[in-house]
Design a protein around this ligand. Sequence first.
Ligand code: SAM
Length: 229
Amino acid sequence: MKKGNPLERYFYDNKGRLIHKWLHYFDIYDRHFSPYRGKPVTVVEFGVSHGGSLQMWKKYFGRKARIIGVDINPECAKFIEPQIEVVIGDQEDRKFLRALRKKVGDIDVVIEDGGHTMPQQINTFEVLWPAVRDGGVFLIEDLHTSYWPHYDAGHKKPGTFIEYSKDLMDQINAWHSREESLEVNKYTRSIKGMHVYDSIIVFDKGEVTKPKHKRRGTPTLSQPRTDAP
Ligand SMILES: C[S@@+](CC[C@H](N)C(=O)[O-])C[C@H]1O[C@@H](n2cnc3c(N)ncnc32)[C@H](O)[C@@H]1O
């Protein structure tokens, strides 16, 4: 029995079209994507390159999956095959992204592995997030470009995806804010979870309502504190 999860095994055995991935990503992919295997899911990958990863996703998600690759390079159109569609366009362009959203419909899994610049990442997240179905996921990778000067980025530099994601973390907690600078918005109501890894963030989509708390059990202190938990 070979070691590793099904994606890792596929990757190491791959003699077909080139796939380029950081090795620690496979564990993260399988952790977040395995519930969708064998289901009739729509998967969109930004960044087609040599076409190898689209075939890997087809094998991993199974016969019922619809796999859509998006790339700016028109040459990538040749990777169309049963179950695999390719759409050519610039992921920095919100107009293109809106048209893509219309064309593709609801999405279960987004894998964002395109050009990795800050405007590409932010625009793609903002336009495609509403297209992700409740119960779906949006995985964005190679976020280390947020620290690289040649991507017009750097540690704590405003405008990087990492800084943007810190604001989303605030938004998730906005229910508890007492300041006008942080109010509940569409992200508060739709990001069920945000999983932060080295170079990857995975967002879980789903309806979020105002959190509630309750007490159960017998008080045991003579002077119970009355402040919120
Ligand atoms: C990192 S490679 C993709 C690797 C591939 N997913 C894999 O796993 O082997 C990045 C791809 O993003 C594409 N890309 C670069 N800028 C883009 C843009 N503005 N819009 C869409 N795709 C872009 C490039 O043409 C390239 O094919």
